[in-house]
Write a new protein. Structure first.
Length: 405
């Protein structure tokens, strides 16, 4: 199929990747799906989500909404659609394969915050900007695979299914599932083939794409141990603080608030901690949140406030905290008066970020049980927590990322 409308010469189909087009609408992961892997149910079952390699070395992996995608070799040049897919790819030892992403200015700070803490390479955290995913840009990037949800691409201006099929044929397949982030509805034409996954179920599928089964199992076991340790040491429900998750909007004197315990990997660092959410009864919009003013915030008055996306470059954390303290109503908030206003993690998280953010959040919510959170300093890496107060083994995680297990 010619690409002349994009200003390219006719491209041949890639020899190393092909898309089979089968559609799935049923559960894929017998182990992770059945064990509620983000909630901490102990299980080490991690059955494969792909098919064994054929005689020519090709293999297939299935994910909704695409169906079954067949790879003839492991992708070496990948477009990562978000911080989550980049973190998944890197945690599985293939960070250097991610050559591009959209809005790298928001992905890079979060990735560096966590990865620079480990004894592992970080020079791969440097990406071409994929912009708004125009078809011309995807041709120019010439990726082996697009870790990008085709149902989302289909909703963008200038795209339809025939365009998606053209890029799959001439450049590389799509492999992604964006709407699992908050369990939002995908575009109507894709809903019959859609399914939601946890961050760990997604990681398992990408492990099949990257042929990193053993590395995934090591990561999964480390996460299960962490969650088991955290959940076995939670205080009784009556002794847990009230918590509010917010995204401050200083220019509007307001906060965009989320529920802590709703489904989706956006909440994979808060939901397992089962805190007392002050916003549990709010009516949310299509994005899973609600905008409230300072007075409504004071009415809720949580013991702890975590500022969503604090560990990123979305806003200036010190400036934001000071503005809340200086506000006539903000100064009355219990969390502000008790210095329990925290920069929280980046909810567009993969498995490595999830490990750190579970530890961070456990310390922010329950310092008496898990040790005080040292705090966040803009531009600095994840704080150097004393070894005896760490909730998971840094050396073990480094070994997994480096392939030294």
């Amino acid at each position: 199929m010619a690409g002349d409308e994009c200003g390219h010469e006719r491209l041949t189909r890639r020899d190393y990747v092909k898309y089979s087009g089968a559609i799935v609408g049923s559960a894929l992961l017998g182990g992770c799906s059945s064990t509620t892997s983000e909630s901490g149910s102990a299980s080490t079952e991690t059955p494969t989500t792909g098919t064994p390699a054929s005689e020519d070395g090709s293999y297939s992996v299935t994910m909704a909404p695409m169906g079954t995608v067949t790879f003839e070799t492991v992708p070496q040049n990948v477009l990562g659609s978000s911080t989550a897919t980049i973190d998944i790819t890197a945690a599985l030892g293939h960070g250097t394969a991610v050559q591009s992403t959209t809005r790298p200015s928001t992905s890079v700070p979060a990735l560096e915050f966590y990865y620079s803490t480990l004894d592992t390479a970080t020079d791969w955290i440097d990406f071409k900007d994929a912009g708004s995913y125009s078809k011309e840009t995807l041709y120019e990037l010439d990726s082996d695979a697009h870790f990008l949800d085709p149902s989302y691409v289909d909703s963008l201006d200038g795209w339809n299914r025939s365009d998606i099929e053209e890029v799959e044929e001439n450049v590389g397949p799509f492999f992604g599932n964006m709407y699992s982030r908050k369990h939002r509805q995908p575009p109507e034409s894709w809903r019959d083939s859609y399914q939601y996954y946890t961050v760990w179920e997604l990681t398992e599928m990408y492990a099949e794409v990257l042929q990193e089964r053993e590395r995934f199992e090591q990561l999964f076991a480390l996460k299960e141990t962490l969650l088991s340790d955290i959940q076995s040491n939670l205080p009784s429900p009556n002794d847990r603080p009230t918590v509010g998750m917010v995204y401050p909007r200083l220019s509007e004197d307001s906060f965009y608030v989320h529920k802590l315990n709703q489904p989706g990997y956006f909440f994979a660092h808060t939901r397992p901690l089962d805190a007392d959410d002050v916003f549990t009864d709010i009516e949310t919009d299509e994005y899973g949140g609600k905008l409230i003013d300072y007075e409504a915030m004071l009415d809720a008055d949580p013991d702890v406030i975590i500022m969503n996306h604090g560990i990123s470059s979305y806003y200036d954390v010190p400036e934001t905290k000071q503005a809340i303290r200086d506000h006539s109503v903000g100064a009355e908030l219990t969390a502000v008066q008790n210095d329990r206003l925290y920069a929280s993690g980046n909810p567009r998280q993969g498995p490595l970020m999830n490990l750190f953010q579970l530890e961070m959040t456990a310390k922010q919510f329950y310092p008496d049980r898990f040790g005080e959170w040292p705090g966040y300093a803009a531009g600095e890496p994840y704080p150097d927590i004393p070894e005896g107060e760490r909730l998971f083994d840094r050396q073990k995680l480094t070994a997994i990322v480096n392939g030294d297990f």
